[in-house]
Write a protein that binds this ligand. Structure first.
Ligand SMILES: [Zn+2]
Length: 434
């Protein structure tokens, strides 16, 4: 496929107009201001896309999500995190099965793909069913079986640990590496020292990424200190959790030494501003993290606490949160926010060849319609992308060179079936709960 006359957010996250971009197989092979000499090789049996009035930018990499929770969108509103989990979410989740997880994931993938997201770092269970949905939809995911372990029994014998092992054995690098299996510990408060060590060792020896929730609420943070005499970050460091590439979601209540631990261990923070505000958890100090040269990526968290998968919204809220936190009206630059939502997420997922529009990178990209009312006029395009654009402005999403969504049509997902099935399953589960 060949794009002509298109505006591009280039590899340095700068805006370049009237560009030509050539895609071959799953890669970006050409980006330039001139028509390439070997133009015929891009258009042979393929298409020339007229990019007038359009912008090409890297696709989004959502650094923290629980995709199957579309089934719980809008359920249990108005509660703080602990009440929300214990009274609403956990009882609902007890009723789930693999079929519900497959279709819940499919609906989340549709919503994400239509808004430019090609990949998410996803923690959940019934993971093989979730993985099947990702492979069927042609998207990417860093998927993990979220581990919880409450008692003193050997964690290696738990069904959760077994599901994690099965997932890694059967699915790691599936779909030409679109699917990568990570390892995840749900959180400090849902695990024991023994289970943290066992899961950390498994990740380390299998060279897998780790994902955790960390210091999301003040209560979680303080209770960990009372339980272990140290913060969640210190506890995870002590139990070896950070010895592999780790993405830590939230990080709202970090203390001075926690920043140092996360920086030293090169932990990537997945900040989830909308979820944190919705559940009244607090505001992470993202400006401070970036000033310390820590890695920060952006996550939506689940739609049960968001309630949508819109990375444009997430960029905007991250910016606004940082303004409130610092008292400065330009705490994060649009360039930093665009980087966090794309390249930083790809790096967090260990996808080093993703997240930039540059020669040799994977062709994971989105096309934005710049001729929308909400994008007029434009003084600075990056500012418009962060503060004015929304997921509805995406007109094409490509993953590994394959178009998944174009002009309102899904090419790999039966959206009607996904919507219908999720509606039926949600009603059925609510019927059982009441
Ligand atoms: Zn989460």
């Amino acid at each position: 496929m060949f794009f002509k006359n298109i505006t591009v957010l280039n590899e340095n996250f700068e805006v370049c107009e009237n560009m030509y971009v050539g895609i071959k197989d799953d890669k970006i092979e050409y980006v330039g201001t001139e028509v390439p000499d070997e133009l015929y090789s891009y258009i042979y049996n393929s298409e020339i896309y007229d990019g007038a009035g359009k912008l090409m930018m890297p696709a989004f990499y959502n650094a923290h999500a629980h995709s199957p929770m579309t089934l719980m969108r809008g359920y249990g509103e108005g509660l703080s995190l602990q009440d929300w989990l214990e009274k609403k979410i956990f009882p609902f989740e007890d009723k789930l099965d693999g079929y519900a997880v497959y279709w819940g994931t499919m609906l989340a993938l549709a919503e994400g793909i239509a808004g430019g997201i090609v990949s998410s770092t996803d923690l959940y269970y019934f993971s093989p069913d979730e993985a099947d949905a990702v492979l069927d939809a042609g998207a990417k995911m860093n998927i993990s079986r979220s581990i919880t372990h409450f008692d003193d029994s050997n964690p290696l014998n738990s069904p959760r640990f077994r599901e994690m092992e099965y997932l890694v054995k059967e699915y790691h690098t599936g779909g030409m590496r679109r699917l990568l299996t990570d390892v995840s510990l749900h959180a400090e408060y849902t695990n024991t020292e023994k289970s943290c060590k066992a899961v950390a060792d498994f990740a380390y020896y299998n060279r897998l990424n780790m994902a955790v929730h960390l210091s999301e609420t003040k209560r979680e943070h303080e209770e960990c200190k009372a339980r272990h005499g140290m913060t969640p970050a210190a506890f995870f460091e002590k139990t070896g959790v950070f010895n592999t590439r780790t993405t830590a979601a939230h990080c709202v209540w970090l203390e001075e030494e926690d920043f140092e631990i996360l920086k030293r261990k090169e932990v990537i923070v997945a900040t989830c501003p909308i979820s944190n505000m919705k559940l009244a958890s607090g505001i992470a100090d993202v400006r401070k993290m970036l000033d310390l040269r820590m890695n920060v990526a952006l996550g939506t968290d689940s739609v049960a606490s968001n309630n949508s998968l819109d990375m444009f919204e997430e960029m905007k809220f991250a910016a606004l949160c940082a303004n409130i936190k610092t008292g400065k009206a330009s705490a994060l630059t649009p360039k930093e926010l665009l980087y966090m939502a794309t390249r930083a997420g790809a790096l967090a997922q260990g996808r080093l060849d993703c997240g930039k529009i540059a020669k040799g990178m994977k062709a994971d990209l989105q096309i934005i319609d710049l001729e929308k009312a909400n994008l007029c006029p434009v003084h600075d395009l990056r500012t418009s992308l962060v503060y004015s654009a929304h997921s509805g402005d995406v007109v094409l999403t490509m993953c590994d060179g394959k178009i998944l969504y174009r002009d309102g049509e899904f090419l790999t997902i039966d959206i009607e079936k996904a919507r219908r099935t999720v509606n039926i399953l949600t009603k059925k589960i609510l019927g059982e709960l009441n």
